[in-house]
Design a protein around this ligand. Structure first.
Ligand SMILES: *Cc1c(COP(=O)(O)O)cnc(C)c1O
Length: 361
């Protein structure tokens, strides 16, 4: 069976070997006679799955010991609240937020419910086409943390640098970029990511947090919104998303077998360069983002004649290239090319785009 290439921004494609292994193990995980989804989260079999997944993730990221990994639910959107609830010492404390697109805006709106949020605005005439240069802003030394979005999934804008924040903890929403390349975790206080872009299926949210930040949250914070609750219980305070955790573990093993994040980065860079080169070489397609801030993961582009959008999408789908419609707030097209998108998928898209331009351009 030949599967189509799915360019969805999330939930996104999963690596085919991962799906095959899950299929093989569906009815009987390693002689237990059980599907992983049927197992007690406190049983021996699942604990092994959980611990192996964490060990593999730690190895992939070369995670320093003082960082804990939490396997949570609620999506990155819950983290928009959990971060201020747990990192502000008291209601109204200062926090800095870099605003570079739709997802940082949402994090800022939630942060403002709890803290005195200062926004460092990266927009240019109301558009998000680059990030603020490091030397154009300085963190407030009184801030509890600096929050930013290294990859803006909707605008396709990516930070080419890790913000320098001195002793102020750096917090990053890495939902659409975690595991796409090597990462120096020691630069961060806290990293979070919804799984459905680059890590696994929806339903799992990863939080990587430096232990000294696991303090008492603001008064009134629900038990489930307290990092310490989950850190103290190895993410098993309540029933964790067991099957999603298992599938993420298979993805981690797939990444290791591929050669780790360095190799993944080489592949991702090739995919992105190939697609941007095709867009730049044409007058028919356009990407508005400044070249050094272009995302490797999400590539928005427009057609010179938007009245051809529907035809483009229909013919692409017929050619097995799915979910290329841009986010409703931006319009045009968007190709999300996460880890699980094969290079052949990007080649097929570029070939289709050239052919479409020949016929309609
Ligand atoms: C998808 C996404 C989110 C939202 O994730 P949910 O898991 O749906 O809450 C937040 N931030 C970024 C950068 C995203 O890409």
């Amino acid at each position: 069976m030949s599967r189509p290439y799915n360019f969805s921004a999330g939930p996104a494609m999963l690596p085919e070997p991962v799906l095959r292994q899950a299929q093989e193990e569906m009815l009987d995980w390693r002689g237990t006679g059980q599907c992983v989804a049927e197992m007690s989260h406190r049983g021996k079999a699942f604990l092994r799955i959980a611990q192996e997944a964490e060990a593999d993730l730690r190895e992939l990221l070369d995670l320093p010991e003082e960082y804990q990994v939490l396997f949570l639910q609620g999506g990155a959107s819950s983290q928009f609240a959990m971060v201020p609830l747990n990192l502000l010492r008291k209601q109204g404390d200062a926090a800095d937020y870099l605003c570079t697109g739709s997802w940082s805006k949402k994090a800022i709106a939630e942060g403002k419910r709890y803290g005195a949020v200062r926004v460092i605005d990266g927009s240019v005439d109301g558009r998000f086409i680059r990030v603020p240069a490091q030397d154009s802003w300085a963190p407030n030394p009184e801030a509890a943390y600096v929050h930013y979005t290294p990859n803006e999934t909707i605008q396709g804008v990516e930070f080419p640098y890790v913000p320098e924040t001195g002793s102020v903890p750096l917090v990053a929403d890495m939902s659409s970029t975690l595991l796409s390349r090597p990462l120096d975790v020691s630069r961060y206080g806290l990293i979070y990511a919804g799984a459905q872009k680059n890590i696994g299926p929806a339903g799992l949210t990863l939080v990587i947090v430096r232990e000294d930040l696991l303090k008492e949250p603001l008064p009134g914070t629900p038990t489930m919104f307290r990092y310490k609750t989950h850190a103290d219980a190895q993410s098993m305070y309540n029933t964790p998303p067991t099957y999603a955790w298992y599938l993420a573990g298979l993805v981690f093993r797939w990444l290791k077998a591929l050669g780790g994040l360095q190799e993944m980065a080489r592949i991702n860079e090739r995919k992105a360069k190939h697609l941007y080169a095709a867009i730049d070489a044409s007058d028919f397609y356009d990407n508005p983002v400044e070249p050094d801030c272009r995302s490797w993961m999400n590539v928005p582009f427009t057609l010179a004649d938007p009245s051809l959008d529907e035809r483009f999408l229909a013919e692409a789908a017929e050619a097995g290239l799915l979910t290329l419609k841009g986010h409703r707030s931006v319009g045009g097209m968007r190709a999300s090319i996460y880890n699980a998108m094969p290079e052949a998928g990007v080649k097929a898209l570029v070939d289709f785009m050239a052919d479409f331009e020949r016929r309609y351009g």
